[in-house]
Design a protein around this ligand. Sequence first.
Ligand code: DON
Length: 641
Amino acid sequence: MHFGPRILAATIALALVSTSLVAQTTTAPPATQAEPTRAKHAMVVTIHHDATDAGLEILREGGNAVDAAVAVGFALAVVYPAAGNIGGGGFMLIRPASNKFAHGQPHFLDYREEAPAAASANMYLDANGNLIPKMSITGSHASGVPGTVAGLTYAEQHFGRLTLAKVMAPAIRLAHDGYTLSAEEAAELHSTNLTQFPSSRAVFQRNGNFYQPGDRFKQPELADTLTRIAANPNDFYHGKLAAQIAAFEAANQGLITAQDLAHYQVKERTPLIGHYHGLEVLTSPPPSSGGIALIEILNILSGYNLPKLGSDRSPDQIHIITEAFRRAYMDRGDYLGDPDFNKMPLAQMANPAYAAAWRKTIDPIKPTPSATLVRPAGFMPAASTPLHPHYESNETTHFSIVDADGNAVSSTYTLNFGFGSGVTVAPLGFLLNDEMDDFTSKVGAPNGFGLVQSSANAIAPGKRPLSSMTPTIVSEQPVCSANTKNLSSRPSHNLSSRPESSRSEDTVERPAVPDANATTNCTPGKLRLVLGSPGGSTIMTTVANDLISVIDNHLSIQAAADAPRFHHQYLPDILQFEKAFPLTTVDALKARGYTTRREAEFDEKSAGVWGDSELIEVDPKTGNLLGGHDHRHSFGKAAGY
Ligand code: DON
């Protein structure tokens, strides 16, 4: 296994930090006492109250979950500029409650950014083959072709009930009339990532006359751009807007051309399905790495009775869950990339027999050092150059929506790092992403976050970088009637239950939810959870933790959202904790042999948190909706009716 020099240095530094930690008084986990938000019919949960209100307004006006999601997506582009966007990309998972919506099939919209045609494998290397610091993170060279406008408008056109103009109206209003900045939001706008680019400094920092808490932040240029998109969404990729974006890029050493924009397409991909304790887990396929890793984690954990080991976040539970994380992340690192450029062993990763073999390698007490971890033989193809995941900062955003018919949307989208590349496209008023950093900038060398990646994720024109975003929806199993003669002739849908002999490296399959024309007679199972989070490589461990907290440990959805998180990603071999984790727990894990890191150990003023999960649970007894809004940020909201 190859360790890049920066990974090694970081690992050693973090190990020193951990071992020098002096035991302190135990701190209780935060905010888990908060009650979920309750509603009978519909629910919207987002990181920003104005975006939640936008979604709710659209639901009340007769919109379905997709209408509300599109309204939220555009509203977040206005009120949460650190991550909400029209210059980035993301994923949207749609699950219908019946045949009456979306042809009775779940849909996964991949509107992730794409490498421009001028991008190349070595574009971030100097003449000596060394990485040019920050080039893939900051400034015009860092941006992929944005997919958000295509994704949201595609969703509206194919699955919405209202018009684009209607669902974009709240966002346009918020941009035009402004919204009131809280202290936290005003402080976020001080970002130096914005200061260094004149167009961003002008829009977000009034050229140095910074916005104050309580100020109304108006974005007239963005309002104008959104109005133009609402009138003609094609304009962003094929018209005047495209020409303006391309002209700005050309004038600022950017790579995105009018041809790149014209080439961009939303890709509908087949969602993955796993199973956990009899529930169906509908989740994200590649180019997300999150869904398949989540399925592998849950498959490993299904062999344990977690509550018997201890309570939620007890050292024994953390140990077993961490060992599942470690193993899934090893596979995530070695095999995944853009599915249009790679064949990937997804079915093998989701094989329960493989999970059982992994379980045999887990010591009940002690960690398995990542350096000595050996993959069980006989399941997986030979791995290419290892691809090591990494920890990222906290600037993506997730939202969850259920409408009055029970249709659900789980969507995560991003600019990558906070405020993306830092570059605002003038005079259009929106930030461009720095998603190119999710690619492998140099095989075998760590990127800005310490990630060493393989050629499976190398930069190539038109390619989409590997993502960790993991929008996920959990439900009861579909109920199929006896005359399901066509089931066997349809492709198998359950990645984790196919017979061994039918497994191949081809993994694109239709999930087991009925479509309107199908002769199979299945009723979708009852919706249980809508899940998702930002947080870079911590996303899938957050989603797994949230799911386990509710399903195994019976925490309320609000308690799950607020519970302090732990994370392990195989490399660096460090068990990471959010700052709120009780030190007694951290020390108990350290005593077992883990190298630990508690966020912000030496800066007690730092928030020391990862991404905000924004969650919905359907109460299995009453059918009522329970919203879990993450209190890691102060301005989010769960609301319903
Ligand atoms: O797609 C990804 O995995 C990353 N671009 C997500 C970045 C992220 O979540 C950053 N912070 N929370």
